[in-house]
Ligand binder design. Sequence first.
Ligand code: ZN
Length: 468
Amino acid sequence: MMIMNCRSMVEFRAKMGIRWRKVSVQGQGGRRPDAVNRRHPMERPRDRDLQEVFRLIAASKNGLSKAEIVKKTHLRHLAVTDAVRTLVERGFIDITPHTHDELTMDDAVSIIQSRFCVIGLRILPSEVLGVVTNLRCEVLPIGVAGEELTAVKDLPDGGHDVEGVVQAVAELTQQLVDQIPEGYSVLGTGVELGGHIKSGTVVYSPNLQWRDVPLRQRLEEVLHRQLNAEQHARFGPRGSQVIIENDANALAVVSQWFGAGSERTSFALILVGDGIGCGLVINNELVRGFGGMAGEIGHLVIAPENPGLVCRCQKQGCLEAIATIPTILEAIVRAKKANGEDPPATIADAVKLAEKGDKLAEEAFEVAGDALARAISYLLNLVNPEALILETYEPMVTQRLVPIVTKRLRRYCFSTVQKDTDIPQNPAAPERGAKGAAAVMIMELLSQRLPAEQAGRTRHLADPERGL
Ligand SMILES: [Zn+2]
């Protein structure tokens, strides 16, 4: 083998016409590459690691050892140790059985189920639905007899009156606080609703016809004022904090935790209801976008040439003008009336008609499924997620739409995108939205710093009395 010295190497490169540039190391701060990702052991773990470790422990029935967590998450030992230590400090998890303070790789850790809880609320135009969950996001029984899982409060005026909704949500929260089992401390309230949400403000909700409503701030103010001393005492040290989330995002979070999204690093959850939303999880993280508007698939313009399709956002030809539950039902009702036939009263009746082979009903679902597939194909081509979860709160509608969308995606998607995307079943119970809001609140708790962490100090194990 010929070995060239430096000089002959330069001559060789010049002869071959190769030009060289020096690599700039600016921006790396002159650190060695192996030092870039190294954290000080006392620093707080990354939110993403903390959430992944927490979700895994919460989903396991009998607890997990650190060694098992390392194996399942592919995180480094140090990252798992940091995350576990932080969760123990907060009083969220404990070593089982608790015989010593030093954690080893084989010790099992599990969620402490009967210490903390959160409230989850789902705001619809007609009602607010609420649940209380433990930190495993399991719905706790409430009610006078302790037999109910959800509480519902009706909303007048289709939810258009902001202050009326704020008052109703605050009252429902107070009722839920009164019914929380003894011994639990409430860590906060998660609220979900359809629309564009940014940092606690409802920028625009077509469902409720709200614009620029600082909902989190208003709810926190009203709760702070209205909670009585006994109710205040049920909350943890951070008080009655509130978080607001888009409805599809809340469902994506709960699906990532327990549903068809678990065991997947990326998926898109499409929620078809009065509107059409999308929760997008990429590399295990919910993507909200710069302005909180990522995943607004319902307002992709699918049919701009059709003047009859005006969306609630006033644009022409949005997906929502074609494929929401009300627009599907309206299309069938219109067609039936034009044909001199009895129209269906509900979407369930419409599905039954289609199942019996009614051509008009079948056609309406085909049109909606085609529009959905067209919009979803844009998303799949752009993001290439592992799975697509199509969800409605009407299981019969989901069953009707999924085969149509799957078939049409073959026509609209590029290359192998459609074949590569799994479309799993993910049945939606009515309380899942509220449960999703609770899950978002729990995830938010993991992002918040303890006073000790803010001061740069950590403790080895938690003082259970201190909690958060
Ligand atoms: Zn629109």
